[in-house]
Design a protein around this ligand. Structure first.
Ligand SMILES: Nc1ncnc2c1ncn2[C@@H]1O[C@H](COP(=O)(O)OP(=O)(O)OP(=O)(O)O)[C@@H](O)[C@H]1O
Ligand SMILES: [Mg+2]
Length: 353
């Protein structure tokens, strides 16, 4: 299983909660503002090193306290593992099995977690960055070498951009290009492989859920007729004028099309939700083929904004997953996913089994 035990201290409205998760299905119910999404936010933070609600971890600190702590026991390849994150106003500290972790990514590698929440349509609606993150999370878990390539790329890009901002010579800017190209092409190739597999898995799912034909097109972040190296050289003059590197995998895009049209423009809000949820489910299916651990799927209020027929279809797909489900609901009698192995109810940030 994924998550076994969770302790959250001083995170949003949660003062101190503890829960034992079921290997298959845990249901958390509570009124508006009782802290349901905050519990999911804490679990997500462990596996992603960030929140799905804010870019500023300090926002998670409960008013009146100076730090939040998330602690969990998860089942990983190495057996039982204790994971923890502590965040104060300045920084985050990650711990694995009682020692300091090298990075948040090291923590993330032990706990694959995905979320479907009422804002998931933003995956279709917002700019390319959210879709790059979607791809990169998937690649990160199926290709272990990806993280290193990504870190090398980010470093070379930061150095090149800094040279551009300081108006250094073309030679000094170009000195970063070989490293940028090597790591950038690794990222590109890994993303291409991943998107092709994701499309294969997502297509039948979206056919069943929406009766639409899905196509995923990965755009590299530089003109298709050029290599990355050629594109960098061609763009150098303009990069020097603007003080920033304008081509590369950091500008890539995942184009989501249904029935031959751009999804963002072609489908309704409810359909965007289903489409985005189907992509998240397809990612879990792919992951289940690749890694021995059971991934965890967080579902925040799945009944919101879907009609009963589409909700039932979505739930059929969820039931076919091996993933551990942790679900929140306003309705304590929520039965759409069957009987939960464990259920909790939240009242003003306090938990009752
Ligand atoms: N930093 C913070 N410190 C204390 N309380 C906070 C903080 N951030 C948010 N809150 C409060 O936490 C409460 C719980 O929010 P949360 O979104 O988890 O509730 P919820 O149960 O998911 O509600 P809903 O059903 O409306 O989605 C809110 O009342 C919010 O005002
Ligand atoms: Mg909520």
């Amino acid at each position: 299983m994924g998550l076994r035990r969770l302790q959250v201290t001083n995170l949003r409205c949660l003062r101190a909660i503890e829960l034992q998760a079921d290997p298959h299905y845990t249901l958390i119910s509570g009124a508006n503002g009782s802290g349901k999404t905050s519990v999911l936010e804490a679990i997500y933070f462990l596996g992603r090193g960030r929140s799905f609600r804010t870019h500023r971890p300090a926002r998670l600190i409960r008013s009146g306290s100076d730090r939040f702590i998330i602690f969990a026991e998860v089942e990983s390849q190495q057996g039982h593992l204790a994971l923890g994150i502590e965040g104060d106003a300045e920084r985050l500290r990650a711990r694995i099995a009682g020692r300091d972790a090298a990075s948040l990514a090291e923590l993330a590698s032990h706990f694959p977690v995905q979320i479907i929440d009422p804002d998931i349509h933003q995956l279709i609606e917002l700019g390319p960055a959210v879709r790059r993150r979607l791809i990169d999370w998937g690649v990160f878990h199926v290709e272990p070498s990806f993280l290193l390539a990504w870190q090398r790329y980010r470093q070379a890009l930061a150095q090149r951009n800094s040279a551009l901002r300081q108006r250094l010579s073309a030679n000094l800017v170009g000195a970063w290009d070989p490293e940028l190209v090597r790591s950038g092409e690794e990222i590109h190739d890994a993303r291409l492989r991943y998107v092709a597999r994701l499309e294969t898995i997502a297509q039948p799912l979206i056919e069943r859920l929406l009766g639409m034909h899905l196509e995923l097109r990965y755009r590299s972040g530089w003109p298709a007729e050029l290599t990355f190296e050629e594109a960098l050289r061609m763009q150098l003059g303009s990069d020097r004028e603007r003080g920033v590197t304008q081509v590369g995998p950091h500008r890539a895009e995942l184009v989501v099309q249904v029935d031959g049209a751009l999804a963002r423009e072609h489908v309704s809000r409810g359909q965007q939700k289903l489409l985005a949820a189907a992509l998240a489910i397809a990612q879990l299916k792919l992951l289940e083929l690749e890694i021995p651990e059971q991934p965890t799927l967080l579902l925040d209020d799945p009944a919101a904004e879907l009609d009963s027929e589409h909700l039932a279809a979505l739930i059929r797909e969820l039931r076919a997953l091996r993933a551990q489900l942790i679900v929140t609901t306003l309705d304590p009698a929520f039965k759409a996913l069957g009987e939960p192995g464990r259920r909790f109810s939240l009242h003003h940030g306090e938990i009752r089994p």
